[in-house]
Every structure is written in structure tokens, then in C-alpha cells.
Design a protein around this ligand. Structure first.
Ligand SMILES: NC(=O)C1=CN([C@@H]2O[C@H](COP(=O)(O)OP(=O)(O)OC[C@H]3O[C@@H](n4cnc5c(N)ncnc54)[C@H](OP(=O)(O)O)[C@@H]3O)[C@@H](O)[C@H]2O)C=CC1
Ligand SMILES: Nc1nc(=O)c2c([nH]1)NC[C@@H]1CN(c3ccc(C(=O)N[C@@H](CCC(=O)O)C(=O)O)cc3)C=[N+]21
Length: 284
């Protein structure tokens, strides 16, 4: 088998961000309103600081204003909810991103629910999640939405395919599996309680593999079915994914690189949903 074709998330994301920038400029030109994304970060985890900065930089280039709200690591759930409730009520803010993970003392679900659904451009609330699971309009979780857009771009039709999602977090694994189910794939989830031997045997049967774990090179090339489509959402220290890229590339038909695959699509989805939120909230 020849080497897999790379799915170019960077290139597609650039096109989406360009379109988003045009939409933002059009809104600002027509109404004087600049789309604004509030980013809320609890604590100073270096990786999270970097992600939030990336999101702000990319926003600025797209004509989206950012309002950064850094909170100390000692912030309580109640204080965080107060901040999010204020941002939800602030007419100058159109989208809210609460960076995950937060400290273990914080009730993440309660915090996410303090985001007004119309400002949930990161797709983390129950309202967004249930709309997405039923195929109704709403904001998708950014990484899952970006992954589906990338599969569409490469004409990968999940219908009737066996898809495995490794990971089941609320912002990534679980929703990407539901979106694949919505596209008529036969979906299996693996997680931390899946025995390693089962992970291996389930991945071996999969036509589409989505890795969303946070364990460097957990998925080995020898387990990839020849011709499978491999989407690696993992983003570990040193720019390493959850898939052993070199060996997987020998067997897959399409594969996302890390970096340059899923990551840029996440940000592109966030920006495009922020401008969409601003358009909906602006009475022209
Ligand atoms: N590129 C991007 O835009 C984004 C990348 N990421 C990256 O994706 C990865 C996952 O992120 P996130 O979902 O937030 O992480 P979480 O830590 O919230 O979830 C990890 C998931 O992996 C499962 N898991 C842990 N160990 C194993 C194992 N040995 N075998 C199978 N499953 C396992 C866990 O299972 P259990 O539920 O049982 O605990 C859990 O469901 C990270 O590398 C993160 O950096 C995340 C968001 C966006
Ligand atoms: N509520 C919430 N929503 C998130 O979407 C969210 C989050 N919390 N917590 C952390 C993860 C991580 N994440 C990334 C986004 C972009 C890249 C990205 O653009 N990466 C580039 C490389 C960038 C570089 O290293 O220069 C790439 O893969 O090519 C990576 C990781 C979003 N996350």
C-alpha cells in the first residue's frame, strides 16, 4: 500500500477563516458591530495559555475582537458562574469560550451551563449538545465540527462505514461519535475502561478512526486497517498526536498530520461560529 494522502487542515482552515473575515467585515461595515469572542481561562496551565493566545491571534486576523478574562487557579465554581453569567448578559460579547480542562475543584458542567446557548460558539452546553445529537440547528462542538468538515472536504462519506472513536470527553470524543452516527456510520467508542486488546481489535475493524485521547502514539499503525481514514485529534507535548503517524501512514488511505490537521480546523470552526453568533445577535 502506498502512503496515505494527508488531510490538509491548515489549508482548509485558512479558506474558512478568510470567508469568516469577509463576513465579519461585512457585518461591521453594515452595522458598526465588531464580533467579539470572550475567552475565559482559569489558572495558568502553560498549554491552555498557548491555546487561548492562538485563538486570540487568529480572531484578530479575522476581524473579531477578543476579550480575555484570566481568572486565578483558586476561582470557585460559583465565582466562575458569576463571570460567565455577566458575559452572557453583555451585549458587546457575542461568543464565549471557557477553556477546558479546569482545576478538579471546579464543576465543569455547571460552569459550561452558565454560558447562554446563543453565545455558546464552542458548543459545550447541554442545549448545543442535544441539538447536535438530534441533528437540529445550533453550534457544534468546535473540534468535532471541524473534523466532519475536513472529512467532507476529502469526500469521505461515513454512511455505512465502521467508525471507532477513541475517547469520550464531552467536548471531543462523545460529540464526534454522535456526528458520525448522524452521518449514518456504525460507531463504536473506546475509552479508559476498554481493555487494550479490545482497543486493538476494534481499531483493526474500523474504516474511520478518530483518536481523541491525549496519549502519545497510543494507536499503532499495525492496528490500522489498510485503506482506513485516520483522524488524529490528539495534541500532546512536542506536537505528537495519539496515532503513531509514521506507521499509520503506511496503511491508511487518508490521514491528518499533527500539527496541521485537526487543530487549525478547531479554531476555524470557533471563529466562524463566533461571527455567525454576532450576525444572529445583531438586528441590522
Ligand atoms: N486539536 C484540537 O483542536 C484539540 C485537541 N485536543 C486533544 O485531544 C486529546 C483529548 O482531549 P480531551 O477529549 O479534551 O481529553 P480528556 O482527557 O477530557 O479525555 C480523554 C479521553 O480519552 C480516554 N482515554 C484515556 N486513556 C485511554 C486509553 N488508554 N485508551 C482509550 N481511551 C483512553 C478517556 O476515557 P475516560 O472517559 O474513561 O476517562 C477520555 O474519554 C488531547 O490530546 C487534547 O489535547 C482536545 C481538544 C481540541
Ligand atoms: N473549551 C475548550 N475548547 C477547545 O477547543 C479546547 C479546549 N477547551 N482545551 C484545549 C483544547 C486544545 N485545542 C487546540 C486548538 C487548536 C490547536 C491547533 O491549532 N494546533 C495547531 C498547531 C499550533 C502550533 O503549535 O503552533 C495544529 O495542530 O496544527 C491545538 C489544540 C482546543 N481545545
Amino acid at each position: 500500500m502506498s502512503q496515505a494522502t494527508l488531510m490538509d487542515g491548515t489549508g482548509l482552515a485558512r479558506r474558512i477563516v478568510d470567508e469568516t473575515a469577509k463576513r465579519a467585515a461585512d457585518l461591521t461595515g453594515r452595522t458598526g458591530v465588531t464580533p467579539c469572542l470572550a475567552t475565559v481561562l482559569v489558572g495558568e496551565d502553560p498549554a491552555s495559555v498557548t491555546y487561548v493566545r492562538m485563538k486570540q491571534n487568529r480572531s484578530r486576523k479575522a476581524g473579531i475582537a477578543s476579550r480575555h478574562v484570566p481568572l486565578p487557579a483558586t476561582t470557585t465554581t460559583a465565582e466562575l458562574i458569576t463571570t460567565l453569567t455577566e458575559l452572557s448578559a453583555d451585549p458587546a460579547v457575542h461568543g464565549i469560550l471557557l477553556q477546558h480542562p479546569m482545576g478538579h475543584h471546579i464543576d465543569e458542567r455547571a460552569a459550561f451551563e452558565a454560558i447562554a446557548p446563543e453565545k455558546d460558539v464552542d458548543g459545550v452546553t447541554l442545549a448545543s449538545f442535544s441539538a447536535m445529537s438530534f441533528g437540529l440547528p445550533g453550534f457544534s462542538s468546535c473540534t468535532p465540527g471541524g473534523i466532519i468538515r475536513l472529512l467532507d472536504e476529502y469526500d469521505v462519506d461515513p454512511a455505512g462505514k465502521r467508525a471507532v472513536v477513541v475517547g469520550r470527553s464531552a467536548i471531543l470524543g462523545k460529540p464526534v461519535g454522535l456526528l458520525l452516527l448522524g452521518r449514518d456510520a456504525t460507531v463504536t467508542y473506546c475509552h479508559s475502561r476498554t481493555p487494550a486488546a479490545d482497543l486493538s481489535s476494534v481499531v483493526r475493524e474500523a474504516d474511520i478512526v478518530v483518536a481523541a485521547v491525549g496519549r502519545p502514539r497510543l494507536i499503532r499503525g499495525e492496528d490500522i486497517k489498510p485503506g482506513a481514514v485516520v483522524v488524529d485529534a490528539g495534541y500532546n507535548a512536542g506536537n505528537v498526536g495519539d496515532v503513531d503517524f509514521d506507521s499509520a501512514r503506511e496503511r491508511a488511505s487518508l490521514i491528518t498530520p499533527v500539527p496541521g490537521g485537526v487543530g487549525p480546523m478547531t479554531i476555524a470552526t470557533l471563529l466562524s461560529q463566533t461571527v455567525e453568533a454576532a450576525v444572529r445577535q445583531t438586528v441590522a
